[in-house]
Design a protein around this ligand. Sequence first.
Ligand SMILES: Cc1cc2nc3c(=O)[nH]c(=O)nc-3n(C[C@H](O)[C@H](O)[C@H](O)COP(=O)(O)O)c2cc1C
Length: 401
Amino acid sequence: MTHFATIDELRRRAKRRVPKMFYEYVDAGSWTESTYRANAEDFTRLKFRQRVAVDFSQRNLTTTMAGHAVAMPVALAPTGIAGMQHADGEILAARAAERFGVPFTLSTVSVCSIEDVAANTDGPFWFQLYMMKDRGFIANLIQRAQLAGCSALVLTLDLQIQGRRHKDLRNGLSTPPKLNLRNLAHLARYPSWCLGMLRTKRHTFGNIVGHAPGVTSIASMADWALTQFDPTLTWKDIEWVRRQWSGKLILKGILDPEDARIALDCGADALIVSNHGGRQLDGAPSTISMLPRIAEAVHGDIELQMDGGIYCGQDVLRALACGAQGVYIGRAFLYGLGAMGEAGVTRALEIIREELDVTMALCGVSDVRNVDGCILQEGGFHASRRDLPHVAGEQAHMHAA
Ligand SMILES: Cc1cc2nc3c(=O)[nH]c(=O)nc-3n(C[C@H](O)[C@H](O)[C@H](O)COP(=O)(O)O)c2cc1C
């Protein structure tokens, strides 16, 4: 297993093992994919300060995300139909995350249901909610998450209408794939994937089929999904969700400082700076480039998390330096899942942990909780981050010598 040294090696293995329709569902952004590319590329603009002669023999990567203890500040992002990257994908990813000590976030549009993941894991996981028109269904979904012991609710705000993804349209993406001649010939090229799917009963949207009124089959699910994402969603609805859910509430999809400031009044516990992995508004800036401005806007009044373009531990460190308390990985863990199931997700997390640990040491920092803008060279996205009130104290301390 250890022969996978990078996330890109896992990606290449996944590309060989996962049918193109589902591999390209992951490895894609909307329209020209410029935001998808920028998410990863912009990280490389942030250069580290190499520090020497600092004792880093006792290192710590543990911290908290939304009040939960984590083995490192990295959670698994909610991703739809992970159960199509690998049979029982959500259960396998949740188990890998649980054993590793990081949060797993189950998507509303997962294959394995909330109850199914809860029954097949030991610890609590997080649940991601999309706001649908049918508020009765949503209230029930929130209650199901509560009953299953989910310890945080992640409300996604940036997908009330779907950005066009050309690859999905060309591939005729559906869950499960339509069994026409063209698809059957295609799937036959991925025997281990097919075998896994034949062995499991989990083939469609477990949280929805049998729960949403009138959605009893895959065919009725498609019609329901097309009409259900609620375009009328406003901040009032977020307050409604807050009233339904007594646990930690995390708002996902904040990319603008003004929205971040508005979000402060919603009673949320954390915000995720995110552009949905470049899958929604193509032409929007990368998340890492917006993170410092959003950090400045919220002034330490709420925990900030981020996702988008993280494929190595170095980028986790860069995100922390720009103001995030923790990050989420989407594709990085899905490639591991597609490549090798649970072991692949574990390997993805190991790769990121190793890179994070060594890079932190080379920057002269021993505790991930002390990472701040000081580890970056001047001239990044926010050269003056060290002027922010909530980091000024740490900076002064670190530079006192
Ligand atoms: C295949 C795929 C499916 C996704 N499905 C969801 C989803 O169901 N709900 C959601 O809030 N975000 C979803 N996202 C967005 C991720 O939660 C996350 O924002 C994004 O993947 C982060 O970028 P990264 O993949 O570069 O790490 C999805 C992303 C991918 C790649």
